[in-house]
Design a protein around this ligand. Structure first.
Ligand code: 4F9
Length: 238
């Protein structure tokens, strides 16, 4: 998977070169290519924005500069994503879908926005990471790279994406490790029993309970077994 990032602030992406994503890049499992939009300014002062037609506050990134930066990217089958609060809100299903792309171009806006004509010309999809406004699209782009990269073969250890929260559409069960007693609190007895069938049942129940208490709206999106239904009824009476 290759990510091409169109941004005015390429330095902001240094942190994702660390940790797991950095390792994935070293292993050539993913490639992150930064394009500084400012390099495509035709202006002697390297200006990339101008005041909005029709008036109003702030500055607008210019269509021709953004377009020239975009045209410098190599590749034919790239999906172009603009990070904006106007997009569909990202979720795990979308993340998994995007992980099947061979190349993703991420357009990061700044200031009051980007001239609509270049958005209309190059963008395939608009994505938001939540209903709030940031100072730019860089942090959303990093969120997208992080979530999508986890699905690329070899980036995580085997099984890490299939067992987690949200891959089943509900929240995780609680996890414990040594010591067995912490501040007088013991690890749930069942986890020390070695009885895997009972442990799995207990974990499923804990996941259902967690979801019911913290994110009940998620329960509408998943298929519950007869056993799940019975257990949920019990949880609701607690
Ligand atoms: C992008 C906010 C995606 C949420 C881009 C200001 C943004 C954003 N999700 N806010 N520029």
């Amino acid at each position: 998977m290759r990510f091409d990032i169109l941004t005015l602030f390429p330095e902001m992406f240094e942190p994702i070169k660390q940790s797991i994503i950095g390792k994935a890049e070293e292993k050539k499992l993913i490639e992150i290519n930064l394009i500084n939009i400012r390099d495509f300014s035709k202006n002697k002062h390297k200006k990339v924005d101008d005041t909005p037609y029709g008036g109003g506050a702030g500055m607008i990134m210019q269509a021709d500069v953004v377009y020239d930066a975009y045209k410098s990217i190599k590749g034919k089958n790239a999906k172009v994503i603009y990070l904006t609060p106007q997009g569909k809100v990202l979720n795990q299903k979308k993340v998994e879908e995007l992980s099947k792309e061979e190349q993703i171009v991420l357009l990061c806006g700044h200031y009051e926005g980007i001239d609509q004509r270049v958005i209309d010309k190059i963008v395939d999809e608009e994505i938001s990471i939540g209903d709030y406004v940031l100072t730019g699209g860089e942090i959303p782009a990093m969120v997208l790279i992080d979530t999508v990269s986890r699905y690329i073969d070899g980036v995580l250890s085997e099984g890490s994406t299939s067992e987690e929260s949200f891959s089943h559409g509900i929240l995780e069960y609680p996890q414990y490790t040594r010591p067995e007693v912490f501040e007088n609190e013991k690890v749930p007895e069942i986890l020390l029993s070695g009885h895997h069938e009972n442990i799995n049942k207990w974990r499923r129940n804990q996941a259902l309970k967690n979801t019911y208490l913290k994110r009940p709206e998620l329960l509408k999106n998943i298929k519950l077994s007869e056993e799940d239904r019975k257990n949920l009824e019990k949880i609701k009476k607690m």
